[in-house]
Design a protein around this ligand. Structure first.
Ligand code: DGI
Ligand code: FE
Ligand code: FE
Ligand code: FE
Length: 187
């Protein structure tokens, strides 16, 4: 599928405000890819698709997770996490994306993972700091991103983890492992 067709198909899956967010992630992924030596075109493709399943009904995501062998452990944690691996599945099977780095960047854009690739980091960080984002600490994340992909991403995970603690929610272990792994990388 070409870029324009992909954009139109993804746009049709979401409300206008989420499409505006997606365009912000596209633009920011390109900037970060250029800054940190990743392929901007492939980073943009991951960005276009990263939230494609965000507005799927819970039951539809649950069916994919159960029937397509995605990690069943996800079902025990916040439903907000599900759209990332389901999005990677949709990218592969409905959008015929074959690039494993693009698929993994979509799959891990919410949680991160241990051993994040440069592509994973670019897309996950772009999701945190695109121009439409406004949450406590986002300015600091943008500042850190001028020089360090890893330091900025750690600050992003810190903000998510703090938010989950405040809300009394469970924390997906992969998010904690991703943050610990990044701390090991920068020391
Ligand atoms: O899809 P977006 O809103 O653009 O951003 P995202 O894919 O990073 O999703 C963030 C949401 O996921 C946010 O509301 C927090 C929620 N969430 C719930 N449990 C966890 C979690 N995020 C992470 N990283 N880890 C969790 O355990
Ligand atoms: Fe997302
Ligand atoms: Fe995110
Ligand atoms: Fe997003």
């Amino acid at each position: 599928m070409n870029r324009e067709a992909m954009i139109e198909a993804v746009r049709a899956e979401m409300p206008e405000r989420r499409w505006i967010h997606t365009m912000g992630v596209m633009e920011t992924s390109i900037i970060l890819a250029k800054r940190f030596g990743e392929d901007p075109d492939r980073a943009e493709q991951a960005a276009i698709l990263h939230d494609v399943a965000k507005y799927w009904k819970t039951s539809r995501m649950e069916t994919i997770i159960r029937e397509e062998g995605l990690p069943a452990e996800l079902l025990e944690f916040d439903k907000e996490l599900w759209h990332a691996p389901v999005g990677a599945f949709v990218a592969e099977h409905q959008f015929a994306v074959k690039d494993i780095e693009v698929l993994d960047a979509i799959r891990f854009h919410t949680s991160g993972r241990v051993g994040m690739t440069q592509m994973d980091k670019v897309v996950c960080l772009a999701d945190y700091m695109e121009p439409g984002r406004d949450f406590p600490g986002v300015h600091k994340i943008r500042e850190l991103a001028e020089h360090s992909l890893e330091k900025a991403l750690i600050a992003g995970f810190d903000s998510t983890i703090s938010y989950l603690l405040e809300q009394g929610k469970r924390i997906f272990p992969l998010t904690v492992a991703a943050r610990n792994d990044l701390l090991a990388v920068i020391r």
